[in-house]
Design a protein. Structure first.
Length: 318
């Protein structure tokens, strides 16, 4: 790994990747989030070697792609599907024609193609749309076609470049749910890039924040949420603005059976006044957030107690 990529433009050089180390576990959904121009698409295109990195190696499913050329590289690429933001469908072909296209290119016969396309369309919930044309479909349906096409050669790895960025929120939800189901049912490994924190929150097991060609932070989402000072945690859960000097924000990165608040009052004799709270689903788990005002001589001891029990404690204004 340690990927580098520079683009030489007429006058100056743009470093799109400046030493990125990315490791995605088999079967996980890994999200890279960052603003436009951060280098996300370049990173994704480096994974299937649509862009050849200037330095560094890329290995997918145990095979080092950077050492392959020609037909062996093409074969290895069939193990990697790609989904695009703007679907990239052929308008003159039916849904079935689009999904079957990669199979046609790799020389699969007509009868096997038909069967496979039928299965793929069922898999993405478009069993009845085989003969429709892209222009007759909604954005969400088009993206389902794009996903079915990406899965045509039964890849183990799926890359997604802003797959939901052109979709409305309800459709985004349904596509994210589909990706998660495909991971669960097919054991896919998914690497997705997005500029939306919500996508990370909803379906990613691990994530990285990317800026100017480097990862500022990366790891398991639930670990990062429990890490003091984590940028990802702060972006996923911005601190509420309602804090006073006594306010403490507490994050529970997993569910706890222990009644912490009553425990605190008993042990440390602090007064706790709950200001707000809620529970959100992150990486398939419930993460609780609570803002409280806490007062008392042993307040610091109480906060240490919470930290020691794996809760993330943040004080307003610190
Ligand atoms: P992102 O997907 O995060 O928006 P990109 O990977 O598309 O970022 O781009 C990263 C940087 O590399 C940007 O400064 C972009 O202008 C530049 N870049 C990307 N692709 C090319 C290219 N083919 N030629 C020249 N510069 C490029
Ligand atoms: Mg991009």
């Amino acid at each position: 790994m340690g990927l580098h990529k520079a683009y030489r433009l007429k006058k100056h050089q743009v470093t799109a990747l400046d030493g990125v180390n990315l490791h995605v576990e088999p079967g996980e959904i890994f999200g890279v989030v960052g603003q436009s121009g951060a280098g996300k698409s370049t990173l994704l295109r480096s994974v299937n070697l649509l862009e050849r990195p200037d330095a560094g190696t890329v290995a997918v499913a145990g095979e080092e792609l950077t050492s392959l050329r020609g037909s062996r590289l093409r074969a290895a690429r069939r193990n990697i599907g790609m989904v695009h933001q703007h679907f990239a469908l052929l308008s003159s072909r039916t849904v079935a024609g689009n999904v079957g296209f990669p199979l046609e290119v790799s020389g699969v016969d007509r009868a096997s193609r038909r069967t496979r396309v039928g299965e793929l369309l069922e898999l993405v919930g478009l069993g009845d749309k085989a003969r429709a044309y892209p222009a007759q479909l909604s954005g969400g349906q088009k993206q389902r076609v794009g996903i079915a096409r990406a899965l045509a050669s039964a890849p183990q790895v799926l890359l997604s470049d802003e797959a939901t960025s052109a979709l409305d929120p309800a459709t985004t939800d349904s596509i994210l749910a589909l990706l998660r189901r495909l991971r669960d049912e097919l054991g896919l490994t998914i690497l997705l890039i997005t500029h939306e924190m919500d996508v990370i929150k909803r379906i990613c097991d691990s994530a990285a924040i990317m800026e100017k060609g480097v990862f500022l932070e990366s790891g398991k989402v639930l670990d990062l949420i429990g890490t003091p000072g984590s940028l990802l945690a702060r972006s996923l859960f911005p601190l509420p603005a309602n804090g006073g000097p006594e306010t403490v924000f507490i994050t529970y990165p997993r569910s706890f059976d222990e009644p912490f608040m009553s425990e605190l009052t008993r042990r440390f004799d602090v007064d706790v006044n709950i200001l707000g709270g809620g529970v959100e689903q992150v990486a398939g788990q419930s993460v609780g957030r609570l803002s409280v005002d806490m007062r008392g001589a042993r307040r610091n001891e109480a906060l240490t107690y919470l930290s020691e029990h794996g809760l993330l404690v943040e004080e307003a204004g610190k």
